[in-house]
Design a protein around this ligand. Structure first.
Ligand code: SF4
Ligand code: SF4
Length: 226
């Protein structure tokens, strides 16, 4: 089975819950000139599969292809699968919740897979830890979001094993980076529980969210109420 626009129709219908009850865009925007960090293509350019792109185009004119050819974009394109597209929305003032891409819905998390290829939960895109408020307050992540995230990615993985492989590889990179830093990998398990992967042994265990390292940018700020 492969990806189709209809697959994305079904995934979007299943995966709609907000990541948290906090409006986290208001928390990080002051660090990024007034725009939420993950809605700014200067920080991250959304990548969509060809089928997702077709589906989005059939629903809305919110999105257009991202065609700038600066060195960062060219580098991004070089590593991208030929079925993928770099895209950009009209901006946060024009956001349409129902037409957010899969990457908008999932951010700041990706599906974490163990070395045994088991999809055990959600891990943060650690490159954004210096700017993403939510990543430094993982205790606020909503249980419904976790359930819908897992269901959405299960549907995607069932349809396309390359998606699973890409996340398997990204999880392996995370283990290497965190081993080098000698730091726990913070995880949210499939049932919303807080977990951690030990840096050297990669042993998985239950964790308290207070164990998660906060970036210097946020460490003096009072943690948000769970
Ligand atoms: S997920 Fe992170 S980067 Fe995106 S709006 Fe929330 S705090 Fe900002
Ligand atoms: S569609 Fe909405 S959530 Fe996604 S990048 Fe645009 S403004 Fe942000």
């Amino acid at each position: 089975m492969t990806q189709t626009p209809d697959l994305y129709r079904r995934i979007y219908a299943r995966f709609q819950a907000p990541v948290s009850r906090y409006d986290c865009g208001r928390k990080c925007a002051p660090l990024n000139g007034g725009t939420p960090v993950c809605c700014d293509t200067n920080n991250a350019i959304p990548i969509v599969d060809k089928s997702e792109w077709q589906f989005l185009q059939s629903r809305s004119d919110l999105w257009h292809l991202y065609l700038k050819r600066d060195p960062d974009t060219l580098h991004e394109r070089k590593d991208m699968h030929r079925d993928c597209r770099l895209v950009e929305c009209k901006g946060v003032q024009h956001c349409e919740r129902e037409n957010r891409s899969m990457s908008c819905r999932a951010f700041p998390f990706f599906p974490y897979l163990t070395a045994q290829d088991e999809f055990i939960g959600l891990a943060p895109f650690w490159d954004f830890a210096d700017r993403c408020w939510l990543m430094n307050n993982m205790q606020v992540v909503d249980r419904d979001f976790v359930t819908e995230f897992v269901a959405g990615y299960e549907m995607l993985f069932d349809a396309d094993k390359k998606e699973r492989e890409a996340n398997f590889d990204h999880s392996a990179v995370m283990r290497r980076v965190f081993t080098r830093w000698n730091r726990l990998i913070p995880l949210i398990g499939r049932d919303g529980e807080h977990m951690a992967v030990e840096p050297r042994t990669h042993r998985l265990r239950k964790a308290d969210w207070r164990e998660y390292v906060r970036h210097d940018q946020f460490k003096d700020e009072k943690p948000a109420r769970p």
